[in-house]
Write a protein that binds this ligand. Structure first.
Ligand code: NAD
Length: 359
């Protein structure tokens, strides 16, 4: 949900055409040895994230990934290898490279298997950050399929009733195609918010709302923290016992099982920062029923939800994906806002690497 206090505006950001941002991100990654094909995949996903208003997982992260490659934390060029495989499933290794590349290829493989057998599923170990997790189900929806993706992360979120971080923010994303209406794209952390929003709050110099994080004594903290430690933790979705924190926590562990335990790559408490295991799935709608009939019913459902009378002081009822699609419509026309600091960093990095400056 677009939170007003985290919104980029003309004071704290600069608008750049999406095409130029794509070229800049790809050039920076190629500048540290990333093969063109892989740099293009990462650029596509980061620009889509920034276009959709998910700036926490957008182009501003390109410099950080290029530094992880330069330091050797990431192995590039990488080889995404098939470890085990059946008609409908595969275990892949990301080869310690860019998580985006393995997640993208993992979803492509899920889609190809679903096209043939109705269902495709991959789980991926030896991985790193995959960005906006909703991107991968969007790939399936574009192919008239239902798609899901998940990724786990190192510990930052406390279990319900717990006082220490033991689970990652572990997002779950789901996508389904619609007809005349926009595709349904639901993409959420299983913590109250993505940790990227705490980072953004810190960079914008604003306080966090009560409910995002607590101290080891369980006291709410509102000063955004940039570090990880045992003296504070993010809250699982739900936040409190009364608000259903056990549900967000439970979902977070579901993600750890499908990503970390099924792949053997490791669950939250076993991972170091920057390690992420991933899971993808695609379902071929055509194997169940006529795709056009499916989309007509999707449109009916979305319209029914949109038509719900809103609460007083609310403009209207949305469905998942609406806020991001609204951002995309605006930013394709008016340019993508990039935080001033991240804009400077990207230009400096391009000059440092001796690649062309496109922004
Ligand atoms: N790669 C990683 O390790 C990682 C970890 C955590 C989060 N993330 C990413 O962070 C991003 C933000 O996550 P978040 O949990 O803060 O998301 P969020 O709270 O902004 O939105 C979650 C979902 O709710 C939908 N939504 C928002 N307002 C709505 C409304 N009024 N009615 C209906 N639906 C609505 C959005 O369309 C979105 O699908 C996601 O893209 C996620 O993939 C990535």
């Amino acid at each position: 949900m677009a939170l007003d206090f985290l919104k980029l505006n003309d004071d704290n950001s600069i608008r750049i055409p999406a095409g130029d941002l794509h070229k800049q991100v790809s050039a920076i990654l190629q500048g540290v040895g990333t093969p063109t094909e892989h740099a293009e995949i990462v650029a596509k996903i980061l620009v889509s994230s920034s276009l959709r208003g998910v700036e926490t997982h957008g182009v501003g992260n390109a410099v950080r990934y290029s530094q992880s490659i330069e330091s050797g934390e990431y192995t590039v060029p990488q080889t995404v290898a098939v470890v085990t495989e059946t008609d409908t499933t595969a275990l892949l290794s990301c080869g310690n490279g860019l998580g985006f590349v393995a997640a993208y290829q993992g979803m492509e493989m899920s889609i190809a298997k679903a096209r043939e057998f109705g269902l495709g599923m991959t789980t991926i170990k030896d991985g790193h950050h995959i960005g906006m997790v909703g991107y991968y189900p969007m790939m399936a929806a574009e192919q008239d399929m239902i798609g899901m993706a998940m990724t786990n992360a190192s510990r930052s979120v406390r279990p319900a009733l717990g006082a220490r971080p033991r689970v990652g923010t572990n997002p779950i994303a789901f996508g389904a195609p619609a007809g005349e209406e926009r595709d349904f794209i639901f993409d959420m952390a299983t913590s109250t918010v993505a940790s990227g929003k705490i980072g953004l709050a810190k960079r914008l110099g604003v306080q966090m709302p009560v409910g995002w994080a607590v101290s080891a004594e369980g006291e709410p903290i509102t000063e955004p923290r940039g570090d990880r430690g045992e003296d504070w933790a993010m809250n699982p979705l739900g936040g409190t016992r009364e608000q259903g924190a056990h549900k967000g926590y439970g979902l977070g562990v579901v993600v750890d099982i499908l990503c970390g335990v099924l792949s053997g790559g490791g669950f939250g408490a076993q991972l170091s920062g920057g390690e992420n295991m991933t899971w993808t799935m695609a379902i071929d709608i055509a194997k169940f029923r006529d795709v056009d009939d499916f989309k007509v019913m999707m449109d009916d459902m979305i319209r029914e939800l949109h038509a719900t009378p809103p609460l007083p002081n609310e403009d209207g009822v949305l469905v998942a994906g609406d806020p991001e699609a609204d951002f995309e419509d605006d930013r394709l026309m008016n340019g993508v806002p990039v935080e001033n600091g991240q804009y400077d960093e990207m230009r400096q990095r391009a000059v440092q690497l001796g690649v062309e400056v496109f922004i």
